[in-house]
Design a protein around this ligand. Sequence first.
Ligand SMILES: [Zn+2]
Length: 512
Amino acid sequence: MTTAKMRLRDLMILAGVASLLACGSALAASAPTPEARTAARFDAVVHDRAQLRLFLKAMPKGGDLHNHLWGVPYAEDFLAWAGEAGQCVTAAQKPAIVGGPCDGVGKVAAKDLGSRDLALYNRAIDALSVRNYATGAEGAAASGHDQFFATFGRFAASAVGNMGPMIAVTREYAAGDHVSYVESSSNPNAMRAFAVAGQGVWDGEFEHSLARLTPGLPAMVVDTRREMDAALAEADRRQGCEPGAAAKAGPCQVVLGFQSFVERAQPPGFVFAQMLAAFALVEGDPRFVGVNIVNPEDDPTSLADYSLHMRMFQFLAARYPKVKLALHAGELTLGLTSPRDLTFHIREAVEVAGAKRIGHGVDIAYEDNAPALLARMARDHVAVEINLTSNDVILGVKGADHPLTLYRKAGVPVVLSTDDEGVSRIDMTQEYLRAATEHGLRYADLKAAARDSLEYAFLPGDSLWASKGAPTPACAKAGPACEAFLAQSPKAALQWRLERDFDAFERSMARP
Ligand SMILES: [Zn+2]
């Protein structure tokens, strides 16, 4: 991660932002500030979705903290890469991407498929995403949940080995959405290979298993670092972002942090080895900033081993105390699982595993003593990553059934994120739009969520903010002290950039 070079004008903007925050009420009494006029503009367009979209698209949004690298590319991207690689599309009711050679009958060449067989191309896009699933399109599963998770296996052949192109589209889509930071779950192949090779070591004893697996970690980190070097170089090459290239706006300016992750539907031996590798990767490669856990939470193995997994996190977190956890927890709802599975997942993720952020948290209202859990999350600043479209498609939870308002009323920090924008065929702007139209968030609420998306990011460095609305003393006024502070903190540097972007956005919106 690079720290943006500051210019005097930018420092002046920051100082201006700070002073506006400090004496906003006095200013509001005389003339509307650009922020107030922007909020009024939002209120004027909130019931017109096309105008609201224009507004929200241009709005700076900070970070996307819940993002899966494999879930970002659209089906069209995967099909294009499959075409480049000489891969094929199965001529099945539910087409999948598979390796070559293609035979033109059961395995049709992916290259230029859209111009040769439009029906198969469209069927493939439906099968590789949730497009048209609700209308019962041919090849679609009966439920959004099943359709969603089935897509990953169908495009896997085009995802494995394409980390570079996937990083490139992640930056492209983020830049288009005015998202400056993405925290993306992504496991290098060597990391998963470590779990495959080490899964037999598990004997139910944490200490003993750890001791037997530890000698293999340094070589794993060397291999994964090499993979990441190559993937990032490939992404830079595709987007003209190589070091030394003329500084480009857009995708090259998007900062990425990666999360290594654990596959919770795998057996305990695999999970333990992979979890250890995930922690070691964060410790050994600064491009990895946190650890997550994925796979359907309602999978029978995920459910049966849930508490065991949380104890594994607790055990390894004690050995890697600097590694931060953002855990999928509570991506469940009544009817999907038995009621008892809804009562403790978020609590154990917070209290046993020590998660700093919760992914989804949809079933919070079903947790035992949910008010106390919400109060603890608010007190300890455990943020919740809200994925409105994903929750609608996978769980059927939306609108007044969704706990977004419950979290906000409890004072839990809330961030908006995409989860799997390509599979869901959405973008970050769409999630902001849903928050506004389905949950009544206004401009100030969305701006606070954007700020929190950097405040609760696992970026290294101290925050720009000493408390809500008050910059850290070094940046209370423009000058070398603030410049020095931002230079040593990638987090504060991005937060400063967000304030600068808000300043420009609000000035543009305030123009008559
Ligand atoms: Zn997710």
